[in-house]
Design a protein around this ligand. Sequence first.
Ligand code: PLP
Length: 447
Amino acid sequence: MVMNTSTRPGSRSQAVIARDSAIMSGSISNRYPFVIERGEGARVWDVDGNDYIDFAAGIAVTATGHSHPKVVEAITEQAKKFIHIAGTDYYYDVQVKVAEKLASIAPFDGPARVFLTNSGTEAVEGAIKLARWYTDRQQIIAFYGAFHGRSMGSLSLTASKVIQKDGFFPFVPGVHHVPYNNPYRCMHGREEAACQAHCMCADFITDVLFKRTVPAESVAAIILEPVQGEGGYVVPDTRFVQQLRDICDEHGILLIADEVQSGIGRTGKWWSIEHHGVQPDIVCSAKGIASGMPLGAVIAREEIMSWPSGAHGSTFAGNPVSCAAALVTLELVENGLMQNAAEQGEFIMDALEEMRTHHPTLKYARIAGQGLMIGAELVLDEKHTPAKALRDTVEDIAIENGLLILGCGESGLRFSPALMIDRAAVQEGLERFERSLTQAEQAAGLL
Ligand SMILES: Cc1ncc(COP(=O)(O)O)c(C=O)c1O
């Protein structure tokens, strides 16, 4: 493979970026100077002919890689037949097939029902509406660090970065944020070992929230990212997740798993929550479900998704072309890609652990993940002081070194390539990452 090593971004890329900057909403965040020409698997090329390893996968979306031939074929065939008919008004088989498949892999016992959406935020909106409708309760518990989307309902649950909320108040009432299990940065200010031995986050719900501000019997749902994504790729302890299930069971509260980023095989299982042996009542899915075609889903226990005709709907949701892409995606994920995610993820985790010894900002880092949802939180010292500026520099240098990698949390980097990535691309990406980290640490005078 020929790699063009001209300055990045090249002149063609710069021209597109300049036009984009003049016309697109300035609200779009964290844009990197990469202008795609085409993609194949886990590799992409910019309009100046430079090649990149893609560890970002369009924010953990392109599960089967860029333009997988089977996905392209399914999209093409469906588009030739019909592109839209409105699933809220008429029927089509490919939508039913997707719902049947999702119901069959739902991470809870018993029958499931499915509502298809266009995006992750819509899946979350659907889930909170359903929880309120079914329980006839209003309050929702969400976690600090959570990202559930940017429409008003899901943004009310989001508590990741204040810029995402600033200027948009007031939000949907009845949302209560509580600390999320993260011994590396215990929100109760406790030492890591003490927090690991006994996390107080679930206790906070029962001993503080329920006693002082919110009656347990008024709570419709607890919404949980089984791995916090945008908030830093934080993997919680199993005990914490189980405690949340117990609280829900005791008080008739629904447990919603927001698997928009962590689901569809990314963590080596269909759903991240399965790593904890806990069954949710409602699951939100999107991102990787259709290899980049817009699709999401609310998957709920059948008795819960019993709302009446007309209670919820959407013009575009369950788009036939997206559904065709989803069917092939789910098949590919089931038949090898999920397993590959587990294997390649283990390799990346080991490689990052090995890098600790050569890199000051990895020495005390939180390196955590499941499958191909791996985060490394760069820190300056034993006290876990976030190396935010350095993390930003790594992202910028990575582009110059031919690697797409996204940040998360205050000083984290996410390793979230396509689930089909092979060992050669993983190694190449890791080399480019380490080179970028070395250069950033040198520039900061740390090496
Ligand atoms: C866990 C989680 N929930 C919801 C969303 C919102 O999804 P979308 O951007 O498709 O609306 C995201 C997006 O990053 C997410 O990571």
